[in-house]
Design a binder for this molecule. Structure first.
Ligand SMILES: Nc1ncnc2c1ncn2[C@@H]1O[C@H](COP(=O)(O)OP(=O)(O)OP(=O)(O)O)[C@@H](O)[C@H]1O
Ligand SMILES: [Mg+2]
Length: 268
């Protein structure tokens, strides 16, 4: 059996920022391959280089060494085929929610008729439970609702890749779990290859097929875990023994990455 070619390939990436105090190595010989339609979560210590990784995948910067491959081509500049969402959704207050979601289509598909753009945006807003809020301004929505709208905006132009940098980090626990389910639904309806950066280990095993634990800075792949919860997982599965076992492994790996694991536990 031959494996399908990877959709996204991070190949031996090494990068350092130039700072006044000299080069700051952030990523070191980091390699991961992601298949089309897969969902990969990246977890790792604060400041290890996760957001840097998202900027490289989005083509906002190039690594010192190594390459990001997307659909068989090296990524060297920003791409419309990548949708992004961040911790604090940046929605434009002078536009309605519908017009905020439409924005990427105005840029990527300027010739698309206004009605088609609006239909696409309305369908997505309905899918995430925001039907009836299309004409509101961002400030009239709760944080969770704004984040839902921002997810719609990230995928309205049908990007091949969705990059999520802690999109649920600023939300309370219940809203966050709601959004996880929304994300699950979106994933069934739309097709994109997803990279999720998160600090929340439960979130990683609910949403992702694979969880990559990054080492401390400069980050490299320290541990790779296949999610053993099935694709039809529900929130309650997060409290079953299998999930507890995976979470314990991930916690230990994070402690090792932070350099604070007991030495005997650090052995393979
Ligand atoms: N433009 C920049 N110039 C110089 N240093 C930078 C720049 N961007 C990030 N850094 C530094 O690079 C390191 C990695 O930053 P990055 O934002 O990628 O980490 P992160 O893993 O996303 O952190 P967090 O978990 O806190 O979000 C940090 O030490 C940060 O201070
Ligand atoms: Mg970050």
């Amino acid at each position: 059996m031959t494996l399908p070619p990877a959709h996204i390939e991070l190949r031996e990436i090494t990068h350092a920022y130039r700072t006044d105090a000299g080069p700051l190595p952030v990523l070191s010989d980091l390699s991961v391959a992601m298949e089309k339609g897969s969902f990969t979560a990246f977890v790792g210590p604060s400041g290890c280089g996760k957001s840097t990784l998202t900027r490289l995948v989005a083509g906002l910067m190039r690594p010192d060494q190594g390459q990001v491959w997307l659909g068989g081509k090296i990524v060297g500049s920003p791409r419309a085929t990548v949708g992004m969402a961040f911790q604090n959704p940046v929605l434009l207050e002078w536009r309605s929610i519908l017009d905020n979601v439409i924005l990427p289509l105005e840029i990527v598909a300027p010739r698309m008729p206004r009605k088609d753009r609006a239909d696409r945006a309305r369908a997505l807003l309905a899918l995430v439970g925001l039907e009836g809020f299309e004409d509101k301004r961002p400030s009239e929505l709760s944080g969770g609702m704004r984040q839902r709208a921002s997810l719609c905006r990230a995928i309205v132009h049908k990007p091949e890749v969705l990059v999520l940098d802690e999109p649920f980090g600023a939300l309370d626990a219940f809203t966050r779990e709601d959004l996880w389910q929304t994300m699950h639904r979106l994933r069934r309806e739309e097709s994109f290859t997803t990279l999720l950066i998160t600090h929340d280990l439960r979130e990683s095993i609910f949403l992702a097929d694979r969880i990559v634990v990054l080492s401390g800075r400069p980050a490299t792949v320290q541990h790779l875990m296949e999610n053993r919860l099935g694709p039809d997982r529900v929130l309650d599965d997060l409290y079953a023994p299998l999930a507890t076992e995976m979470l314990a492994t991930l916690r230990l790996q994070i402690q090792i990455a932070q350099g604070r694991a007991p030495t005997d536990a650090a052995a393979p």
